[in-house]
Design a protein around this ligand. Structure first.
Ligand SMILES: Cc1cc2nc3c(=O)[nH]c(=O)nc-3n(C[C@H](O)[C@H](O)[C@H](O)COP(=O)(O)O)c2cc1C
Length: 372
């Protein structure tokens, strides 16, 4: 297996629930080349929990796939890492950013930014024992007045980390503040190993600018991919791709087909897929085109992913339906995509639904919870 190169890449971020295997395949179909799985608990992997082992599984088309572990004990981390390698992981990442109370209370995730001795022991053991590179995904620190990412990144590199991902926020910040790319850039300039910058990338021009200005080796995309999986192609080709409502419905239909392939096309499969598909519409519905000429200047002030736009005028009924933020609409859309025999049938069913449901002028609120 060729050694993983962490420079010049665009990573799909680890996304609990969002980074399911069918969604990762959708990203691959739209230009993504480096995927990461959902965070798995090292301890549960070692105990061979079926649901946790499922998180290590990759599709054969994922040629560059990273597994992320929540871990705190070196021996468990090594054993879980080896299980990931057995399943085909190209590298293994340690989550040091998860803010969720339960994870933090159990000594994992963002608390490793404070318990650096634990982090060093885990990285050292994994770097020594695993046949693939080990990385860490950090935040800027625990809180605004304890931003120690420079120190933690140094310790991680010295312990053997092959690359360092940085989500440019602290544990206590929510998504309301912009990610601090200057801070990410500072660490990139201090470190010998590649730094992967992460936070707020939604358009190709924001990505190009922040990648270049910060001097990071690579970038990582989370919510941007959940909102528009074609963002990878936009970045690769350096241009905006603005699919029509019909084209987007076809992309969502393709996703439903991939879910069907994964979970099987029967009642049980449908039930399992419906834990994901309506949830994804909570992100898909946030898609808006942001033409460079119109939005580049404002993107310098504030990331476009946080922009609240005025409701657009004169939208087609299908466009209004796809932008609808209501859960019940997401359920209906997911159901019709699953039931449709082909894209044309899905289009007809969506048009009917658009007529049946009067549109709302509500805007979707703050973007979901985050684990890293
Ligand atoms: C739904 C969701 C699930 C996430 N799950 C994880 C996770 O399992 N591990 C992790 O390190 N970060 C996780 N994150 C954080 C992202 O990987 C990323 O660091 C963060 O969203 C900032 O990047 P973005 O602005 O491109 O979304 C999650 C974020 C979201 C929105």
């Amino acid at each position: 297996m060729p050694r993983m190169d962490f420079s010049g890449r665009v990573f799909l971020a680890p996304l609990t629930k969002g980074g399911n295997l069918p969604f990762r395949r959708l990203c691959l179909a739209h230009g993504c080349e480096v995927t990461m799985g959902e965070m798995a608990y090292a301890r549960q992997v070692v105990r061979k929990s079926r649901s946790e082992l499922a998180l290590l599984r990759k599709h054969q088309d994922e040629t560059c796939f990273g597994v992320q572990l929540a871990a705190l004990k070196p021996d468990e981390s090594v054993a879980a890492g080896l299980a990931a390698v057995e399943q085909g992981a190209s590298w293994v990442d340690i989550n040091c950013g998860c803010p969720i109370r339960d994870v933090v209370r159990r000594g994992m995730g963002a608390v490793l930014m404070k318990k650096t001795n634990t982090l060093v022991r885990v990285v050292e053991a994994m770097a020594r024992e695993l046949p693939v590179p080990v990385t860490v995904k950090l935040r800027l620190g625990w809180s605004l007045d304890s931003q120690n990412v420079s120190e933690v990144a140094r310790l991680a590199e010295e312990a053997g980390a092959a690359a360092i991902g940085i989500h440019g926020r602290t544990r206590e910040q929510r998504y309301s503040r912009a990610a601090d790319w200057e801070a990410i850039g500072r660490v990139a300039s201090e470190r010998g190993v590649p730094v992967i910058g992460n936070g707020d990338l939604l358009t190709h021009y924001e990505t190009e600018r922040l990648w270049q200005q910060s001097g990071v080796a690579s970038v990582m995309i989370g919510r941007g991919a959940l909102i528009k999986p074609w963002i990878f192609r936009e970045i690769a080709e350096g241009r905006a791709i603005e699919p029509t409502a019909e084209e987007r419905l076809a992309i969502y239909f393709d996703f439903a087909a991939k879910l069907k392939e994964h979970f099987r096309d029967d009642e049980k499969g449908r039930t399992r897929a419906m834990r994901f598909l309506p949830w994804h519409f909570g992100f898909f519905c946030r898609y808006r085109p942001f033409p460079r000429e119109q939005f580049e200047a404002s993107s310098l002030e504030h990331p476009l992913i946080q922009t609240r736009r005025e409701p657009d005028q004169d939208l087609s009924t299908l466009e209004q339906l796809l932008r609808d933020p209501r859960d019940e609409v997401h359920e209906r859309l997911a159901g019709l995509l699953w039931d449709a025999a082909d894209v044309d049938a899905a289009m007809v069913a969506a048009d009917e639904l658009a007529v049946e449901l009067p549109p709302t002028d509500g805007e979707a609120g703050e973007i979901a919870t985050a684990h890293g």
